[in-house]
Design a protein around this ligand. Structure first.
Ligand code: AVJ
Length: 321
C-alpha cells in the first residue's frame, strides 16, 4: 500500500531531491529533519525557542549562565573550541566571555551565508579571538582542519541536537567527534532529559501552531525548490512521545488519499498515512553517559536545572597519546 509511484525518466539532480525521493520510497515515509532549516525554517525555530511550552532552549541557557565559569575552566587555556550547528552562537558567547587564551573558535554550520554573518558579528565582539568558520554538513563524516598551536580541541554540541539521531547513530556520531577532538580533547554537550510525557507533549504541540508551521515548512520547501505540488491544507502536524523508545516523533499526516507530484515524479499517500519528519530522543543522565562511554568519552562534570529537565555534560576523550 502507498509505496512510491513512478519516478518517470529524470534522475534526481540535487541531494535534497535525492533525499526526498529516498525518504518517500521507504515505509513509513520519511524526510530528514536537517531540511527544516532554510531561512524561514530557521526563523520559525527561533520562534519555537521563545514559546512558553518549549522549555529546552531557555533551560539550557539558564544552566550555561549558572555554570559557564566552571565549563570555561574545564576547557582550559589555549584550547580550540569547535561548535557544531553554531547558528547565532548565543550560548557560546557565555563561554567566549570566560575561556582564557582561546586559540580559536571554529563555528561549523551547514549554511555558509548564515555562518559568514554570525562570524563577522563575533569578530566585532571578540577581536582577540581568531574566528575560523567552516561550512559543512556535519551529519556526514567530517574532519577538522589541524591545529598546531592549540593545547586541546573541545567540541561544543549544544541544543540537544544529538537527540535527532537514533541511539545507534548517536554513538557513531560521537565516535566521529572523538576522532576529531583527538587525544586530549573534550566534549561539552547539551542533552534533553526524560520527563513527564505531558511536558514533552506540550513542548511539541504549541497552541500557537508555530511547531506545526515549522513541520509543514518541509513541504513548502519541496514545493519551492523541487517543483512540488503539495497542498498544505491536506497534511497536518502530529507529534507524540513514544515512552518505550524514549523519543518525540514528529510527523506530517496525509488528510486524504492523494497523489502528489514533485517535478516529474509522483507519490501516493493513503488517508492518514504519516511522513516521519523528526525524532527527538530524550535520555537519562546515566543513560547518556553510557552511550558517550561507548564512543570513548569519560564524564568529567554534569550540570542540570532544578527540575532536571535538561543536562549539560563535559566529557574528556578517554585515551592517552
Ligand atoms: C533543535 C533538534 C533540539 O528536537 O527539540 C523543536 C527541534 N523540533 N521543535 C528538538 C524541534 C520541534 C529541536 N532540536
Amino acid at each position: 500500500m502507498s509505496q512510491t509511484a513512478t519516478p518517470i525518466d529524470t534522475a534526481p539532480s540535487t541531494v535534497f531531491e535525492q533525499d526526498v525521493h529516498d525518504g518517500f520510497s521507504r515505509s513509513p515515509k520519511f524526510l530528514p529533519c536537517k531540511y527544516f532549516y532554510d531561512e524561514r525554517g530557521s526563523e520559525l525555530f527561533a520562534r519555537i525557542c521563545e514559546l512558553d511550552a518549549y522549555y529546552p532552549t531557555r533551560t539550557e541557557l539558564a544552566i550555561m549562565r549558572c555554570h559557564a565559569g566552571e565549563m570555561a575552566a574545564l576547557i582550559g587555556r589555549h584550547a580550540r573550541l569547535v561548535e557544531l550547528g553554531s547558528g547565532d552562537s548565543t550560548k557560546t558567547r557565555l563561554l567566549l566571555d570566560r575561556v582564557v587564551d582561546l586559540e580559536a573558535y571554529v563555528p561549523i554550520d551547514i549554511s555558509a551565508e548564515y555562518l559568514a554573518r554570525a562570524a563577522s558579528n563575533l569578530r566585532r565582539d571578540y577581536p582577540h579571538v581568531p574566528i575560523l568558520p567552516v561550512s559543512l554538513d556535519y551529519s556526514r563524516p567530517f574532519e577538522l582542519p589541524r591545529s598546531v598551536r592549540a593545547n586541546r580541541t573541545v567540541v561544543y554540541f549544544p541544543g540537544s541536537t544529538i537527540g535527532n539521531f537514533t541511539p545507534a547513530e548517536a554513538r557513531r556520531f560521537l565516535r566521529i567527534i572523538e576522532a576529531a577532538a583527538g587525544p586530549r580533547g573534550g566534549l561539552l554537550i547539551g542533552v534533553d532529559l526524560k520527563k513527564d510525557p505531558a511536558v514533552l507533549h506540550a513542548a511539541y504541540n504549541d497552541p500557537e501552531g508555530i511547531t506545526a508551521a515549522f513541520n509543514l515548512n518541509l513541504l513548502v520547501r519541496i514545493n519551492h525548490e523541487l517543483g512540488g505540488e503539495f497542498a498544505l491544507d491536506q497534511f497536518r502536524h502530529d507529534a507524540f512521545y513514544d515512552t518505550r523508545q524514549g523519543r518525540i516523533e514528529m510527523r506530517l499526516v496525509s488528510l486524504a488519499r492523494q497523489i502528489v507530484r514533485i517535478g516529474s515524479s509522483s507519490y501516493a499517500f493513503a488517508r492518514g498515512e504519516p511522513i516521519t519528519t523528526e525524532y527527538s530522543y530524550k535520555y537519562d543522565l546515566g543513560e547518556f553517559e553510557k552511550l558517550a562511554a561507548e564512543a570513548g568519552f569519560s564524564l568529567r562534570r554534569s550540570w542540570t536545572d532544578e527540575n532536571g529537565f535538561f543536562g549539560v555534560q563535559y566529557y574528556a576523550v578517554d585515551r592517552a597519546g
